[in-house]
Write a protein that binds this ligand. Sequence first.
Ligand SMILES: [Zn+2]
Ligand SMILES: [Zn+2]
Length: 236
Amino acid sequence: MFRFLSNILDLFLSIWFSPVCPICFNSASSTGLCQNCNPLVPIIGRVCERCGIPLTVKLDVCGECDLLKGNQVDKIRSLLWFTDEAKIIIHLVKFKNRYEWLEIFEDYLRGITFPFIEEGFTLIPVPIHRRKFLRRGFNQSEILLGIIGEKLQHPISFDLKKIKETKPQSLLGGLERKVNLYGSFEWDSKEPVPSKVIIIDDIFTTGETLKACARVLKSRGAEVVYAWTLFRTLDL
Ligand SMILES: [Zn+2]
Ligand SMILES: [Zn+2]
């Protein structure tokens, strides 16, 4: 009887304390994920020279970029697809403050080739509002910039600020996304805006955040604005 209870207790403890994959809830390996889940799906192949979306036809720019020549962001590149598995991990990081899960992407980022290696560019993270920073404890774009910046040695600026607290863009529709960000970013420095900038952000969805940042930077003197994001949404 005692042995039976002891076995039950062992089983209970092994289930209770064994790491669980946050995506599928099966047993996790040492990486924290199971063997089957993979939130790292790179965007590969030929992409639009302008917006970075994969191209199926032999063109330099996609049809949309050909139409929208007025975009303030001159070039965009994203590293990974924002798959459902990646969404679960990022949700844990951003909304549950499980910062440690960002390490999966950090390790991956250290091995990649950054697409914009030209000299003369300053790296600027997409800022979050001060109150949100205090609530969350970190800005994920700054963390990404820290990792990317280590490899590139480009100058870095934190003078682009978010001055208006806005609803999460992910909760809004197309038109609301544009209006939501109106007047929410500002250049907060006596130093001039660098003439060549690469904005760093975590996720590219409709690009409204990047456009809003680029609009401010260009209105204050930036001539070329590129953007780099860790993820790009699939459902566009
Ligand atoms: Zn899993
Ligand atoms: Zn394009």
